[in-house]
Design a protein around this ligand. Structure first.
Ligand code: ASP
Length: 299
């Protein structure tokens, strides 16, 4: 189905939608999660106000959540079975189908920014582990001590053999020019095997953006998301249905049935219509668009 160009319905753009992970555990801190995703939506919105494009907005939002210790990305990432942090992140610019990603990185505070640098360098799409750290040094991104990323909360979760993931983070945006972008960042799964890479580093699985259609960021059981190439499939469903909410729901059904796993995703189409869905009990989301005075935080 052909979709109308963004210029036909300008009131919905720009728009930014963020998530704080389908495995988010509210514990006693639901308000903290709400405040965290709202702050991330505001950071993306500010990027637009400063003249930024969709790509700048998703990077700003994801950085905010990477810096927040309650989410499973950057500081606060879940730990591997060896007690270490290994993070995955990716970013995609829907204007040029340009993309960048990093996997199993432990020495950068903001993996989404490193992923963006990989994208902008244009030679490669995905850099991993020490090669990614060397690239970070070469492009002048500050190195951080991996110990600063480890929180007591995540040490305790590993010690308790807590299964699951925690709050992976992501953002999708469309700017006033109708360009879309998506970004995702995570510490992965609690107690994962060192070296395990999930969907969040894989373009088409955890992240995808195409300005002719929309942008998607996924969260949940990474192996299941990879099995069904979820982010790209969600955009196919968007093209078929021309309905962002319905496409998100159908994509999550696909994840559960064919992927045999749970999770969720956020989606924005090129006209600024937002959709999200999850098969897990909680996936914090927040969004901003021109019709709102403050981020909408519906959980
Ligand atoms: N998808 C992430 C991974 O498998 C985890 C999550 O989203 O909670 O690494």
């Amino acid at each position: 189905m052909a979709m109308a160009p963004p210029s036909e319905s300008p009131v919905r753009v720009p728009a930014i939608l963020v998530h704080g992970g389908a495995g988010a555990d509210p514990g006693d801190g639901r308000d903290e999660l709400r405040a965290g995703v709202a702050a991330a939506a505001r950071a993306g919105w500010r990027a637009f106000a400063d003249g930024g494009r969709a790509l700048d907005a998703v990077e700003a939002s994801v950085r905010t959540l990477e810096d927040h210790p309650r989410f499973n990305a950057g500081r606060g990432s879940v730990l591997t079975s060896a007690g270490t942090v290994e993070m995955d992140a990716s970013i995609m610019d829907g204007e040029r189908l340009a993309c960048g990603a990093v996997a199993a990185v432990s020495r950068v505070a903001n993996p989404v920014t490193l992923a963006r640098r990989v994208m902008e360098d244009e030679r490669h799409v995905l850099l991993v582990a020490d090669g990614a750290h060397a690239f970070a040094r070469a492009v002048g991104l500050p190195e951080c001590d991996p110990a600063t990323l480890v929180t007591d909360r995540q040490r305790a979760r590993l010690a308790a053999h807590a299964a699951g993931r925690g709050g992976t983070v992501g953002a999708v945006a469309v700017d006033r020019h109708g360009a879309v972008a998506a970004a995702t960042s995570t510490g992965g799964m609690v107690g994962k095997h060192p070296g395990r890479v999930g969907d969040s580093a894989l373009i088409g699985c955890g992240t995808y953006a195409d300005s002719r259609l929309g942008a998607v960021s996924c969260t949940g059981a990474g192996e299941a998301i990879i099995r069904v190439v979820l982010a790209r499939r969600a955009l196919d469903l968007l093209q078929e249905t021309d309905d962002a909410e319905r496409a998100a729901r159908l994509a999550v059904d696909l994840l559960v049935k064919d992927g045999r796993g749970d999770g969720g995703l956020i989606l924005v189409d090129a006209r600024g219509r937002v959709g999200f869905a999850h098969s897990t009990p909680l996936m914090p989301v927040a969004w901003m668009m021109p019709t709102l005075d403050a981020p909408r935080v519906p959980f």
